[in-house]
Design a protein around this ligand. Structure first.
Ligand code: ZN
Ligand code: ZN
Length: 201
């Protein structure tokens, strides 16, 4: 049996699994008729529904302590949320916390240029016995998190997306880590694409 606190910790380190669990729960609830009208700005098109004994994100029932999966998560806004739903909402909206996870997934290399996201400096350390040893220190470079497929494009193509799968575009499968210069270049390209899409529309 996994206790709620360790389940919450598990969800932090397994963002994709958390998201899959949340989407599976959402699929069991009725599809919000007007979810496309909630596609504004950078926020995922979700409206919290506050009912007794259901999770505001997925609208599925609460679970007794001791259930294995899904199980009670920490209360957010003084309400019951599933542990996976707490984490998934965080990852959709406060994705900067995923920097370490995403960087590790990319083997600590920028997703566009392939340049390292870490600088390694080696120093010679004199040992008491007269020998020397090399010591490596790792410095993190500045990283930026980018939506591989930009959210404006997801919004523009909303008609072709299905509920609740569209929400994955806010999550780890559509996120990548870039070096700042690469992000600037990609953003410029995206702005040009967007302007062209507007003219064509
Ligand atoms: Zn939930
Ligand atoms: Zn970006």
């Amino acid at each position: 049996m996994i206790l709620p606190t360790s389940l919450a910790a598990f969800c932090v380190t397994h963002p994709l699994l958390s998201e899959t669990a949340t989407l599976a729960l959402m699929r069991r609830s009725p599809e919000p008729e007007d979810w496309r009208s909630l596609l504004r700005g950078r926020r995922p098109p979700v409206r919290f529904v506050h009912e007794k004994a259901t999770c505001p994100l997925c609208r599925q029932p609460t679970y007794d302590m001791g259930a294995w999966w899904p199980v009670a998560g920490p209360a957010t806004h003084n309400r019951f949320w599933h542990a996976c739903c707490v984490q998934t909402w965080r990852n959709w909206t406060a994705y900067s916390d995923l920097g370490g996870y995403l960087s590790a997934r990319q083997n600590w290399k920028c997703a566009i240029s392939g340049e390292p996201l870490q600088i390694i400096r080696e120093r010679q350390i004199d040992q008491p016995d007269g020998t020397t040893e090399m010591m490596a220190t790792r410095y993190a470079t500045r990283i930026e998190i980018d939506h591989r497929i930009p959210l404006w494009q997801v919004r523009a193509e909303a008609e072709s997306h299905r509920w609740p799968d569209i929400l994955r575009y806010w999550g780890p499968s559509n996120l990548q880590v870039l070096l700042p210069a690469m992000h600037v270049a990609k953003t410029k390209q995206e702005a040009a694409d967007r302007a062209r899409a507007r003219v064509a529309a």
